[in-house]
Design a protein around this ligand. Structure first.
Ligand code: COA
Length: 383
C-alpha cells in the first residue's frame, strides 16, 4: 500500500528583513549574505506570533472536514517549544477543530524533529490506512543580533497531511538514520539563543550526508543517476549546495545538470524566508514541487534530513500522477509578496521585544491565530 504526503503547505510571518540592509548595517559585503550564505530575505515575527500561530495558519490551508474527522495523530516537531510540559500539538488540535479521539504530542531533535514526526506518522497510517496523520514542523530560528548565525535566522511552519493513497508524494519505506553525539549546536534549557560551533555544524552536516547517502545507496542498490532531485535540510541555501557538490563528481554530466537545476528550484522559497529549522527540508520540497516544470513521476526524489546534535536521515519518495493539481502555488506566492519589509531599526526592536508570559496583557495584532491575550501565563489565540 502507498502511504505519503496527501497535502502540504507552509506559513511564514508577515515581516521580513532584506539581507542587503542587514549586511550594510553589519558592515559586511552584501555578497557574503547573497552569494556566500545564499539568502535574500529573512522572516521575522512580532511577539504576538509564535510557533502555534505559524502552525495553525499552515495547517488550516490544507485540511477539509473529512480530514478533520479522519486525523487521529497530530505531531509537532519543534526546537522552539513554548512549554516544557504541554505539547503545542494539543493546542493545535483545538484550534484546528480535529475530532477528539486523537494522539497529540511534540517531538524534539533540533532540525531533524519534523522528519521523526513524519516517519512516525507514515508508520501509523501504514498500520491504519483508514486514518490520517498531521505533522507540523514549526520553529523560530534566532541566533541573536550581531551573532555569526544572524544571517541564517528565519521563522515559520510546514504542515503535512499523511494519508494512504496520497495525492502528492509516496514515501518509500526504506530509509537510513544516523545518530552521533556531537555538540555542534545546542540550546540548554532556559537559554534564549543556541550555542553553535558554525564550522563544526557545517562539517558534521556534510559528513552525515555522505555517510547516510553512501550506505543507503549500497543497502538499497541505488545510484546517483536514479535520482531526479536531491533535497536537503536548508539552514541557508549554500549549505545544501555544498552537500550536493560533495557527491556530484560521481555523476554523469546529464545527472549533474538535472540535480543542480532541481536544487535551484528547491531553494526558491528558502532564499526568501531563511531558516525554518525543522521545517526547512519540507519548505525545500514545496519549493521544488511548485517551481520545477520537468519533474517526473517515474524517477525518485531523495531527501536528506539533518538535526544538529546530531541525527541525520536519508529517504526517498516518488511523485503521484496529477500532483500539481494539489499544490498551493499562488497562495504561497501571495504570502511571500504581501509581507512588510522592516528597517534594521524596526527589526532590532521587534527582535528584542520578547514575550513575558508572566505579565497579563492584550495584543492589538489582528493577524490570524496571533496571540490575543495572556492571562495567568496562558496564551489565547485569535480564532
Ligand atoms: N562575496 C561572496 N562570498 C563571500 C563573501 C563575499 N564578499 N565573503 C564571504 N563569502 C563566503 C565565504 O567564502 C564562505 O563561503 P564558503 O563556505 O563556500 O567558503 C561563506 O561566504 C560564509 O563565510 P564564512 O566566513 O564562513 O561565514 P561566517 O564565519 O560568518 O559563518 C556560518 C557562516 C554559516 C557558519 C554562520 O552563519 C553560522 O554559524 N550559522 C549557524 C549554524 C548553521 O547554520 N550551520 C549549518 C549546519 S546545520
Amino acid at each position: 500500500m502507498n502511504v505519503g504526503i496527501d497535502q502540504i503547505s507552509f506559513h511564514v510571518p508577515n515581516f521580513y528583513v532584506d539581507m542587503v540592509d542587514l549586511a550594510n548595517a553589519r558592515n559586511v559585503d552584501p555578497n557574503k549574505f547573497l552569494i556566500g550564505i545564499g539568502q535574500e530575505k529573512m522572516a521575522v515575527n512580532p511577539k504576538s506570533q509564535d510557533i502555534i500561530t505559524f502552525a495553525t495558519n499552515a495547517a488550516k490551508q490544507i485540511l477539509t472536514d473529512d480530514d478533520l474527522n479522519k486525523i487521529d495523530l497530530i505531531i509537532v516537531g519543534t526546537e522552539s517549544s513554548i512549554d516544557e510540559s504541554k505539547a503545542a500539538a494539543v493546542v493545535l488540535h483545538r484550534l484546528l477543530d480535529i475530532q477528539p479521539f486523537a494522539r497529540s504530542f511534540e517531538v524534539k531533535e533540533a532540525c531533524y524533529a519534523g522528519t521523526a514526526g513524519l516517519q512516525m506518522a507514515l508508520n501509523h497510517v501504514r498500520l491504519h490506512p483508514d486514518k490520517k496523520a498531521l505533522v507540523i514542523a514549526t520553529d523560530i530560528a534566532k541566533y541573536g543580533l550581531n551573532s555569526g548565525g544572524e544571517p541564517t535566522q528565519g521563522a515559520g511552519a510546514v504542515a503535512i497531511l499523511v494519508a494512504a493513497n496520497p495525492k502528492i508524494l509516496v514515501i518509500h519505506e526504506e530509509s537510513l538514520a544516523l545518530t552521533q553525539d556531537i555538540y555542534d549546536f545546542w540550546r540548554p534549557t532556559n537559554q534564549a539563543y543556541p550555542l553553535v560551533d558554525g564550522p563544526l555544524s557545517n562539517e558534521t552536516y556534510i559528513q552525515s550526508f555522505n555517510q547516510v547517502w553512501n550506505t543507503y545507496n549500497q543497502q538499497f542498490n541505488q545510484q546517483i543517476s536514479d535520482y531526479q532531485a536531491l533535497l536537503f535540510h536548508i539552514p541557508y541555501t549554500k549549505m545544501g549546495k555544498k552537500a550536493l557538490q560533495s557527491v556530484l563528481p560521481t555523476a554523469d554530466q546529464i545527472t549533474q545538470e538535472r540535480l543542480l537545476q532541481h536544487y535551484e528550484d528547491s531553494i526558491q522559497y528558502s532564499r526568501q524566508v531563511g531558516n525554518l529549522y525543522t521545517g526547512s527540508l519540507y519548505l525545500g520540497l514545496i519549493s521544488l514541487l511548485e517551481n520545477s516544470q520537468d519533474l517526473k513521476t517515474t524517477q525518485k526524489i531523495g531527501l536528506f534530513s539533518y538535526g544538529s546534535g546530531a541525527v541525520a536521515e536519508f529517504f526517498t519518495a516518488s511523485l503521484v500522477n496529477g500532483y500539481q493539481e494539489h499544490l498551493h502555488h499562488s497562495l504561497h506566492q501571495n504570502l511571500l509578496n504581501e509581507r512588510k519589509r522592516l528597517s534594521i531599526e524596526e527589526y532590532e526592536k521587534m527582535f528584542e521585544d520578547s514575550l513575558d508570559v508572566n505579565v497579563d496583557q492584550e495584543f492589538s495584532d489582528t493577524y490570524p491565530y496571533s496571540i490575543q491575550s495572556i492571562h495567568n501565563t496562558i496564551r489565547q489565540y485569535r480564532k
